[in-house]
Design a protein around this ligand. Sequence first.
Ligand code: SAM
Length: 292
Amino acid sequence: MRQNSETELKRILETEGFTFKKSLGQNFITDPSVCPRMAQSAADKDTGIIEIGPGAGVLTCCLCEAAKKVVAIEIDERLKPVLSKTLSGFDNVKVIFADVLKTDLNALISQEFSDCKRVNICANLPYYITSPILMGILSSKPDIESVTAMVQKEAAVRICAEVGTRAAGAVTAAVDYLSDAEILFDVSKECFLPVPKVDSAVIRLTLRKEPKVKVISEEMFFKTAKACFAQRRKTLLNTVSSTLGVDKSELKRIIADMDLSESVRGENLTLEQLARLSDEIFKIIKGDKNDK
Ligand code: SAM
């Protein structure tokens, strides 16, 4: 389907008797200007692209035109006949019907992209699992350079916020630790079929060669970040002691050593302070285990 028009898309979906599943986050792009901009940010003729959730293949077609090869992972097998129509003009695409959260991206990259100079991810993400998908990608440290993703506007603002500001969340800390995040452009909800309740934005995460800060244990860093933002109205002391089971007096000592006030909240911590806190908690928990 080289003619990315709403009428053409509707006709194919209708012919194949396709009905949208809200539970799978199915809102397909219809505005012809959006996909080329996403493809341009992610691909060139030396690049292999992993697309998550091709849907009816509108973005996939643009990626096929821009990239050397595209491997698209789609959970909904009902889209098979639709995709075989819309992608019929391309010989550089493969669709895998699977759950991206259960897909080994490192294995996929070595199996499918040995002839590409680099691999990037590009997707209009299913919004109900935006954070698990992004966290899964980043924490598995795949050999990719960037992730270009359409997400809900609110999620884009959170993901790209500065750690230590009110707009940040646990996902902000994890993303900043492993990548450089930016909002590329906003996309109106009117650009989708069916029209969702909220607007979207396209973000790009450029993966860092090394994490932004050094930590003893990445697992503890992610757990600490999650705990710090778990109950935003509570102090860091209360939320971290209850979520991670750290003794309050030990935590008070750490907070004082870090020159922070006892009333500090998790959302006030910078990335460097989160890293220090996670290292100190790691030492306490490891020490407790060694004492037993
Ligand atoms: N890329 C298409 C577009 O832009 O028009 C569709 C995007 S739609 C927002 C999200 C797509 O992700 C849907 O096709 C949905 O079926 C698929 N999806 C949902 N959960 C998934 C999962 N766990 N693994 C792979 N694909 C998934």
